[in-house]
Design a protein around this ligand. Sequence first.
Ligand code: ATP
Ligand code: MG
Length: 332
Amino acid sequence: MMTNKIVLTGDRPTGHLHLGHYVGSLRNRVKLQNEYPCFVMIADVQALSDNFDNPEKVRTNVLEVCKDYLAVGLDPEKCTIFVQSSIPELFELTVYYLNLVTVSRLERNPTVKAELQQKSFADSVPAGFLTYPVSQAADITAFKAQLVPVGEDQLPVIEVSNEIVRRFNRIYNTDVLVEAEAMVGKVGRLVGIDGKAKASKSLNNAIFMSDPSDVLKQKIYGMYTDPNHIKVSDPGKVEGNVVFAYLDAFYENKEELDDLKAQYQRGGLGDMALKSLLNDTLQNLLKPIRDKRNSITADDALEVLTEGSKQARKIATQTVEEVREAIGILKF
Ligand code: ATP
Ligand code: MG
């Protein structure tokens, strides 16, 4: 199905990409790149909003994230992979949009609220972090994206973007900006191996696509299950059991999985057997990705990003011109 809808997505270069990214949005993107014009952004400036004191981490992970992209099958011939900081036009848009959203609206955003709590900024929330949904609106609208594959945690942020679009078009009496639709993967939010929160780079509770096989195994065998399921014969709980959450996300034979769940709940199925099944499943999924990743050099990644950023900048520049004209900013 060929349509002219434009897709934009991205990730923060705060670490390697993990299985949450894979099920939440990467898996979707690899399919979408065959059907739509796709832009995939490495959001290094956004990553600085809560890592401003650790730019080294952000810088090194730009290339790592790019390698993860190429390893899972994003193809620079089909999609434009670029780096946010190389497109200053995005920050000009951000400044115009900041006027179109209230501070209280940003403070009430459920995604930002949850992240603020997690990051324990206490009383020193950087203004740049609070306003990242506005910068995300700039990223989306600069490319006139209509489809945004994101994890479920990002839905309220996309809503802010659409509110800005509607306000902008109404106030400046234009149709320059386009609203976007979030597209959430089948597994909306993958839980971390600790079972406490969503898998996340910053919480150190994720399985990374680049994890070596022994690390993968170790993480699986350390997963949170049901603390009351002590003997194999004990009845166990499926809900809140991380091993089942991952099997739900990655084990293809759903009928067999339902049988396993029933057996676990009755008693008679041990955690070790389950973990071994998950280990086989994930080792098979990740081996080709890891092998491909190991064959990609830093120079390969640099070349992809340089070319992609050049192309992306042309489009963003065009949008900024239209936006300036809609607002009525004088040209000098
Ligand atoms: P950080 O901890 O630095 O915020 P992160 O692990 O949350 O990193 P992001 O770069 O913030 O990753 O998210 C990139 C994309 O991946 C977003 O669309 C987000 O919704 C999605 N995503 C992140 N974690 C998960 C998860 N556990 N399950 C599903 N989708 C996820
Ligand atoms: Mg995040």
